[in-house]
Ligand binder design. Structure first.
Ligand code: AMP
Length: 262
């Protein structure tokens, strides 16, 4: 009996459902969790306002034919005397880890707890959170947890914006600027394809595209090695590169990335 597991924070969209479909195709039992994990939100982040349309989510999962949906409450998941944290070192520190220093320890702790409860054969994660995928891969490897990780491609709106539960918070003006995030990533890809090897020039190019979005504040525009997540200055032939962006429109922080083989 093969068990596939898709952890989510709910407010489900086609990105989540693509993971459920992939799990459905490869397993006998598909388990989905919906849990807005307080441990992975920093102070001043959007834990309180994070959308929680549980009824609609359950309807989508019924149609998407999940077998079991696990919806713990924060109180039962983290009782008053809860005091453990699991964290991964180097991979948690760059990119999102810079501005969100406690985020990945929160993610690792909740996912390890969920893995211990669900005991799946395969864990389904989206490329949208590529750093999370790498960090969790390291976690299960380091701690010998017997689970396979699968990464699914990023599902996008027709205009290129990566689907996210947070997109609903964008004003109409910001929503119309947000597709520039993907456009900046595609620009980097085409520059690399036409021979550009200078990491700094590629970072500048991403920021240049985002200047066309007056509402955007760039948190990071990075070119990193897809394995180590460390910044790359000079791109080498054959290297796997991640171009990654985190951009805030007022309080809404969006991330996106693209994997490129040089
Ligand atoms: P979240 O509910 O945001 O914690 O996401 C749950 C899972 O869905 C994570 O593995 C995400 O990487 C994945 N995911 C979120 N958005 C997308 C997307 N647009 N395309 C593919 N996977 C996604």
């Amino acid at each position: 009996m093969r068990i596939g597991f898709v952890p989510t924070m709910g407010a489900l969209h086609e990105g989540h459902l693509s993971l459920v479909r992939q799990a459905r195709g490869e397993n006998d039992i598909v388990v989905v969790s919906i849990f807005v994990n307080p441990l992975q939100f920093g102070r001043g982040e959007d834990l309180g306002s994070y959308p929680r349309p549980l009824r609609a989510d359950l309807g989508l999962l019924e149609k998407g034919s999940a077998d079991l949906v696990f919806v713990p409450s924060a109180g039962e998941f983290y009782p008053r005397d809860f005091q453990s944290l699991v964290s991964v070192g180097r991979l948690s520190r760059p990119l999102c880890g810079k501005r969100r220093p406690t985020h990945f320890a929160g993610v690792c702790t909740v996912v390890l707890k969920l893995l211990n409860l669900v005991m799946p054969d395969t864990l389904y994660l989206g490329q949208k959170d590529y750093q999370q995928f790498r960090v969790l891969g390291q976690l299960v490897k380091d701690l010998d947890f017997p689970v396979r990780l699968r990464m699914a491609p990023i599902v996008r709106e027709p205009d290129g914006l990566a689907m996210s539960s947070r997109n609903v918070f964008l004003s109409a003006a910001h929503r119309s600027q947000a597709p520039l995030i993907y456009r900046a990533l595609k620009k980097v890809r085409s520059m690399i394809r036409s021979g550009m090897r200078d990491g700094r020039a590629l970072r500048r190019a991403m920021r240049g595209v985002l200047k066309e979005a007056p509402g955007a504040r760039v948190d990071y525009a990075e070119i990193v090695d897809a394995g180590t997540l460390q910044s790359v200055i000079k791109l080498k032939k054959g290297a796997r590169i991640l171009a990654a962006l985190a951009v805030s429109f007022e309080k809404t922080r969006l991330i996106d990335n693209i994997l490129i083989r040089v």
